[in-house]
Design a protein around this ligand. Structure first.
Ligand code: SF4
Length: 223
């Protein structure tokens, strides 16, 4: 049933028009770039995933262009390289991982408002509730971490400090591991280095179920 609901969500989310500011922005991007997806971007990946990656929002020329979270921009280059090294991405599909954003629509200046995140939360809540096999949620950035905690109904938020590599054990939920977002702003300034990013993925790898195979075969090194 949860798999069926995830499928429904993947087709319902692109039709959402709850946020007037974001809908206007999407419509303008569709006019300017007629070949872009330019709709809300639903979750993507293996509906039986053991790993859930949660980002902030689609990038204008990444997910807003391709319709798939993190595909097509610089942050996605970091993310998908690591997913490939983990053996859950083969360049075409994910096995063992699912990717969502806290806000499903590209926001101006990459910043959804609090109100927009609140409006979008029911989608994330449903995604979390229907990904029944997830063992670890990797939150990319503070906003993503907060969105996951709020979706689970956990608080106060001040009890869950954000930090790169900080893990929280959540009652009756998958573990929550947080990382700096691999945005160009973070990777170009050295706030997030390749070594720091690799450290996160070593932690993620510990959650892989024993029986889970590799879709791509692990590579010995990644960025
Ligand atoms: S941000 Fe979320 S709630 Fe707002 S229009 Fe997009 S999909 Fe709908």
């Amino acid at each position: 049933m949860s798999i069926a609901r995830l499928r429904e969500l993947e087709s319902q989310i692109p039709k959402c028009r709850r946020c007037p500011r974001l809908v206007r922005y999407l419509d303008r991007s569709a006019e300017k770039y007629p070949d872009y997806w330019a709709r809300p971007v639903p979750g993507y990946g293996d509906r039986r995933a053991w790993l859930l990656v949660v980002g902030l929002a689609p990038g204008m020329h990444g997910a807003n262009r391709t319709g798939k979270p993190f595909q097509g921009d610089a942050a996605g280059t970091w993310l998908y390289a690591s997913l490939e090294a983990l053996g859950v991405w083969n360049g075409r599909s994910l096995r063992g991982a699912y990717i969502v954003n806290a806000a499903k629509c590209v926001p101006p200046l990459n910043r959804p408002t609090g109100e927009e995140l609140n409006r979008c939360r029911p989608w994330l809540q449903e995604e979390l509730a229907n990904l029944a096999s997830v063992r670890v949620v990797l939150a990319l950035g503070t906003v993503a971490q907060r969105a996951v905690l709020q979706s689970y109904g956990l608080g106060p938020l001040s009890s869950y400090a954000f930090g790169h590599g900080v893990r929280h054990r959540l009652p009756g939920r998958p573990d929550l591991l947080s990382s700096y977002h691999p945005s160009r702003q973070n990777t170009n300034t050295g706030r997030l280095t390749p070594a720091m990013w690799r450290g996160i993925w070593r932690r993620v790898a510990h959650y892989r179920p024993a029986a889970s195979g590799s879709i791509a075969g692990s590579r010995s090194a990644h960025r």
